[in-house]
Design a protein around this ligand. Structure first.
Ligand SMILES: Cc1cc2nc3c(=O)[nH]c(=O)nc-3n(C[C@H](O)[C@H](O)[C@H](O)COP(=O)(O)OP(=O)(O)OC[C@H]3O[C@@H](n4cnc5c(N)ncnc54)[C@H](O)[C@@H]3O)c2cc1C
Length: 330
């Protein structure tokens, strides 16, 4: 059986590599559409998310699957894709500092007071929580995945045309372009544009207060981001978003004067209930969807790919929270 996968962003690539592991032939179509999320993703895998420092229920399970999948593919490639990092969570209020103190999580490393944060060269009156986190080098992983697919003759650089693939199972992994897909655009997607800057930075720490500074000490640069916008998704990078990102990182002295080397943007394929949407079209049985990974694709995609493949190959039901039938049933 040959499966057609539409889109080689992180979703299509992780799904394709997992199908190949199962011995299944795939044909991945990549249409090189602008504003894809994976091309700008910072790759941050952060256990404590949002202002409430919540640890998502599925985080430990997702990491277990990531820490099995990526090392295996790293061994085959000789490259490193998934790297553990130390991330300093910058508290913006006493409430956040107290929340940190009340947590009991394996991802908490230590608390640094205001005075200790000054020693790092940052200005954080409510202190910092040092956490264990990870970075997925998305660009490098996609490059390797493309190489593997090309070497097997499984990769075609062109957009999906239905008449070329009649009778074959097709899995749409089109990111926010799903909103132009005639079969799946009825689903409640909520795309959000986001921007990322690469700046010169001598600060050798990864920091986040919701907006992040992810350093690359080797090049003396950092990625900073990101922003959120639900309209004018394809207008490209904008000056307001740039100013917002810099303003939110005001705890880094002099950040507004750092040289900006690059300013890019992409569109996240979020969903209204914030869960991915996976499954089979209720009326077109050859058409499937694997989408809606929002701002957490690097954390959740491997686990979702395994769930999707079990559903596709072995008829094992998808978790209801991710199953597209949660909308078809209403
Ligand atoms: C600014 C920004 C920062 C982010 N940072 C993080 C982060 O730090 N951590 C994290 O976990 N997540 C992050 N994300 C989210 C993460 O990038 C996404 O969850 C993930 O990349 C989604 O991948 P995808 O494959 O679903 O979509 P995309 O990356 O958008 O890929 C879709 C692909 O499908 C192709 N395509 C579309 N339609 C067709 C068609 N008809 N035919 C052929 N090809 C087609 C496109 O060309 C594209 O390559 C960020 C997103 C943005 C925008």
């Amino acid at each position: 059986m040959e499966i057609v996968i539409v889109g080689h962003g992180l979703a299509g690539a992780i799904l394709a590599q997992n199908f190949i592991k199962k011995g299944v032939s795939v044909c991945v179509l990549e249409g090189n559409k602008p504003h894809a999320a994976s091309k700008v993703s910072a790759g941050l895998i952060n256990p404590l998310i949002g202002p409430k420092l919540n640890i998502p229920d599925d985080f430990a399970d997702c990491m277990e699957e990531n820490l099995a999948f990526f090392p295996e593919i790293e061994k085959a490639s000789g490259e490193t894709f998934l790297e553990p990092i130390e991330l300093f969570r910058v508290f913006t209020s006493l409430v956040q500092q107290k929340k940190w103190e009340s947590l009991s999580s394996p991802y908490q490393v230590s608390y640094l007071s205001d005075g200790e944060s000054k020693a790092l060269g940052v200005d954080c009156p409510f202190g910092l929580g040092k956490t264990s986190a990870w970075i997925l080098n998305t660009e490098k992983f996609l490059e390797y995945s493309r190489f593997v697919l090309r070497s097997k003759g499984f990769y075609i650089e062109k957009p999906f045309e239905p008449e070329d693939w009649t009778g074959k199972p097709v899995i749409f992994c089109e990111g926010f372009r799903v909103t132009q897909n005639p079969w799946f655009q009825f689903l409640p997607f909520a795309p959000a544009q986001g921007e990322v800057l690469t700046i010169q930075s001598s600060l050798k720490y990864n920091l986040s207060n919701g907006t992040w500074h992810l350093c690359n000490p080797l090049s003396g640069t950092a990625k900073i981001g990101s922003s959120w916008k639900h309209e004018r998704l394809e207008d490209g990078p904008d000056e307001d978003a740039k100013s917002q990102i810099i303003h939110k990182l005001g705890f880094i002295p002099n950040i507004q004067n750092q040289k900006i080397m690059k300013h890019s943007c992409g569109v996240r394929s979020g969903t209204r209930d914030r869960h991915p949407i996976l499954g089979r079209h209720p009326e077109h049985p050859n058409y499937y969807i694997f989408n809606g990974f929002g701002s957490r694709g690097c954390t959740t995609l491997v686990k979702s790919a395994h769930e999707f493949i079990r559903f596709f190959l072995d008829d094992i039901p998808l978790p209801l929270s991710k199953n597209l039938m949660r909308f078809a049933q209403k």
